[in-house]
Design a protein around this ligand. Structure first.
Ligand SMILES: Cc1cc2nc3c(=O)[nH]c(=O)nc-3n(C[C@H](O)[C@H](O)[C@H](O)COP(=O)(O)OP(=O)(O)OC[C@H]3O[C@@H](n4cnc5c(N)ncnc54)[C@H](O)[C@@H]3O)c2cc1C
Ligand code: SF4
Ligand code: SF4
Length: 497
């Protein structure tokens, strides 16, 4: 499959999660520019250097991602205007990193010798400060320019201070100083990973944690990681965290794999592509090896969208044939979506590709109660298509109660599978279907949100509620349900919008 030309791989995202990271850049400007007029300001630099070297003995390049004033400058001021392209491999190569370090040390050493000649005079500290302030200004200008043209953290690939930190980190590890303080990106369990690559797409250092977790601790050991937490904040599966090696063990033992323990890789053929709306397509996959994918409604499957870099996207299984030798997914195209552009542009009937599944726990419906309530908006309807198929069309579950589906969309064309649900509701006394549009174009539909319908319902306290849609809708619905006496443990929610 070809690469997407419409969507960019690297995503611009917020990286300042603490006040220090938001405002540390002021120090860069103060020292780099202010130091040209007040050279004594440059004397802050050796303090910064000692601090970063000390930190790196215990925590690797933690300083770069959390305290560095230049890093803050690149993230906050350069990032928004950066072209945000791939950093050329040679800029991260060992010869370039070594050459920049040697040049930096040589240059600084030469200027120190000049300044040393003034030792004992009133000029000494001023001239020393100017050496540091000028070095700071040089990094601001060169790093800033590289940041604008390539990627905001391009300078950080070969920054001499970063290289020194890695050397000190190696020392810290060798003598055991880093043992109890070294927090690294840690995955709760690799089986929970969607291989969506988002951690790689947001990483300012353009690293790929999801492809390189160590097998023993499930940690990302790359010494160039600046521990900035961006991947942790952006992982859609919420499975990343910063942890020390000893904590990683506990995380691994604590995590539940329920709903993920039967997942396998499958080879599949795209059997049928059906256009449901302008931006929504249904893809039918025929399983080749293994020949069947048994799943429970509400579960999802990972679909390979790019084989060279092992990138998948998660899609809810929206239906299947009776023996599960064919499954369906329903995909809504996002205008700038990397994966959906690949799917819509490149997937053809007859193509073969890899799938991984079935996965997911949250929306697997427990049929034991007497009342079920499904609430969806937008493309969040997909889990309920396979659920309604299994519960009311095929009677595959021993459910003897009543179920209600509330479905909201913005416009008429946003209602996917509307005819299907209408038909099932017509044929089954136990299934009720209500829909609503927030901006109807015609007078045929009620105007409002699913939460408006919910306000008028009287669910019994034992009702189990399954919600899939936007976070705003879900939290609004949960609030109403709680007020109606539904306990929180009976409300299940998954979001992918
Ligand atoms: C369990 C689960 C089930 C799912 N089921 C379905 C389903 O049934 N149907 C369905 O259609 N989807 C489903 N999804 C969502 C699906 O996995 C994808 O996330 C979705 O298709 C978008 O993928 P994409 O690669 O096109 O978008 P991406 O490129 O990953 O973009 C996703 C979002 O990231 C942001 N973004 C992207 N590029 C940039 C940029 N350059 N700068 C700033 N921000 C950017 C945007 O907010 C964008 O909306 C599901 C997800 C999960 C986790
Ligand atoms: S891997 Fe994560 S923590 Fe490390 S630099 Fe990349 S985004 Fe930051
Ligand atoms: S961002 Fe995606 S690929 Fe990375 S760890 Fe999370 S789920 Fe896995």
């Amino acid at each position: 499959m070809q690469s997407s030309e419409q969507a960019t791989f690297y995503i611009k995202t917020r990286r300042s999660f603490t006040p220090v990271r938001t405002y540390a850049w002021i120090l860069t400007v103060l020292i780099g520019i202010g130091g040209q007029f007040v050279p004594h300001l440059g004397l802050l630099v050796p303090i910064i250097m000692v601090a970063l070297m000390g930190t790196s003995l215990f925590k690797g390049k933690y300083w770069c991602g959390n305290f560095c004033p230049h890093g803050s400058f690149f993230d906050n001021l350069i990032g928004p205007a950066s072209r945000h392209t791939k950093i050329p491999a040679f800029l991260r190569s060992k010869p370039v990193i070594a050459a920049v370090l040697i040049f930096f040390m040589f240059n600084l050493g030469r200027r120190f010798i000049d300044v040393y000649a003034t030792l004992g005079t009133g000029e000494f500290l001023e001239r020393l400060g100017l050496v540091f302030a000028t070095t700071y200004l040089m990094v601001l200008l060169v790093g800033g320019l590289l940041g604008l043209v390539i990627n905001e953290r391009t300078w950080c690939q070969f920054c001499p201070m970063g290289t020194i930190q890695i050397l000190f980190y190696k020392l810290g590890k060798a003598v055991g100083l880093a043992k109890n303080s070294d927090e690294k990106v840690t995955v709760s369990h690799p089986d929970l990973c969607h291989s969506c690559g988002k951690c790689a797409r947001v990483c300012p250092m353009q690293l790929s944690p999801y492809l390189q977790f160590s097998e023993d601790h499930q940690q990302f050991d790359d010494e160039t990681c600046i521990r900035c937490n961006t991947c942790v904040h952006n992982c859609p599966a919420g499975i990343l965290q910063m942890a020390k090696p000893q904590e990683a063990e506990e995380i691994k033992e604590r995590v539940s794999l329920e709903g993920f323990d039967r997942a396998h890789y499958y080879r599949a053929r795209i059997k049928e592509i059906t256009s449901l709306k302008d931006d929504v397509r249904q893809f039918g996959f025929e399983m080749l090896e293994p020949a069947r994918m048994p799943y429970e409604p509400g579960q999802f499957v990972l679909v390979e969208v790019e084989s060279e870099i092992k990138m998948y996207r998660a899609y809810t299984i929206s239906g299947s044939n009776e023996d599960n030798s064919e499954i369906r997914i329903t995909v809504k195209k996002l205008p700038d979506g990397y994966g959906t552009n690949l799917i819509f542009n490149n997937f053809r009937e007859g193509d073969t590709l890899n799938l991984k599944g079935p996965m997911g726990n949250e929306l697997r419906v427990d049929p034991s109660g007497s009342e079920l309530l499904f609430i969806a908006n937008g493309i969040g309807i997909t889990p309920f298509v396979s659920t309604v198929q299994s519960f009311f069309e095929r009677n595959e579950y021993p459910f003897e109660g009543k179920a209600t589906l509330l479905y909201g969309a913005r416009y008429e064309e946003g209602l996917v599978y509307d005819d299907y649900f209408e038909k099932v509701a017509e044929n089954s006394e136990d299934f009720n279907y209500y829909k609503i549009l927030s901006r109807p174009r015609t007078g045929r539909y009620a105007k409002g949100y699913v939460t408006d319908i919910l306000k008028d319902l009287k669910p019994s306290p034992g009702t189990r509620v399954y919600i899939c849609g936007t976070a705003v809708m879900a939290s609004g619905a949960a609030e109403i349900l709680t007020a109606k006496g539904i306990p929180a443990e009976n409300i299940y929610y998954e979001s992918f919008i």
